[in-house]
Design a protein around this ligand. Structure first.
Ligand code: ADP
Ligand code: MG
Length: 160
């Protein structure tokens, strides 16, 4: 399944990302590809918003390779009983890594916890995880971006 949308602003892109994130099952992995400045980090900020996380917390993890963000604590939120479960967002940026360094990060463990994982420069992964969502962002000039959202296999197994 593939969906292609065009956005005309960073806010538009964030809205697309928020909608995607809110629809993802626990443990989902989102692979982000696109040139520098395409809007991958902007997309991750939107994902955060969709998961109830303050998007302003999201920075480019230039030096820290993996950052984990949690939704603001809600009174009585417990461990996900009733209503939305609080899903952690793991934000990974592979820009500075190569080869074996990428494989040594232990990315599988991030999604095993049931959160949502967003990986920038995901083309550096030797093999994309089964059921991952591939998001490819292209700069069409000005503020126009084409965002291609592709489920690499069927929906993740955790969905049903
Ligand atoms: P990347 O992480 O891919 O290197 P960033 O998300 O850090 O890119 O930066 C994207 C830049 O492009 C930001 O300055 C953002 O304001 C700008 N921008 C302009 N139009 C858009 C759009 N439609 N979607 C996303 N970002 C946009
Ligand atoms: Mg970035």
């Amino acid at each position: 399944m593939t969906e292609v949308v065009r956005t005309a602003s960073e806010d538009d892109t964030a809205a697309v990302a928020a909608r995607l994130a809110a629809s993802l099952p626990p443990g989902a992995v989102v692979l982000l590809t696109g040139d520098l400045g395409a809007g991958k980090t902007a997309f991750v900020r939107g994902m955060a918003a969709g998961l109830g996380i303050d998007p302003d917390e999201i920075s480019s993890p230039t030096f820290t390779l993996i950052q984990e963000y949690r939704p603001a604590a809600r009174v009585g939120a417990g461990d996900g009983q009733g209503g939305h479960e609080a899903r952690v967002l793991s934000h990974v940026d592979l820009y500075r890594l190569e080869g074996a360094e990428v494989e040594d990060l232990g990315l599988e463990e991030l999604s095993a916890g049931g959160g949502v994982v967003a990986i920038e420069w995901a083309e550096k992964l030797a093999s994309p995880p089964i059921g991952a969502v591939q998001v490819t962002i292209s700069d069409l000039g000005g503020d126009i971006r084409e965002i291609r959202i592709e489920w690499l296999s069927d929906r993740p197994a955790t969905h049903r």
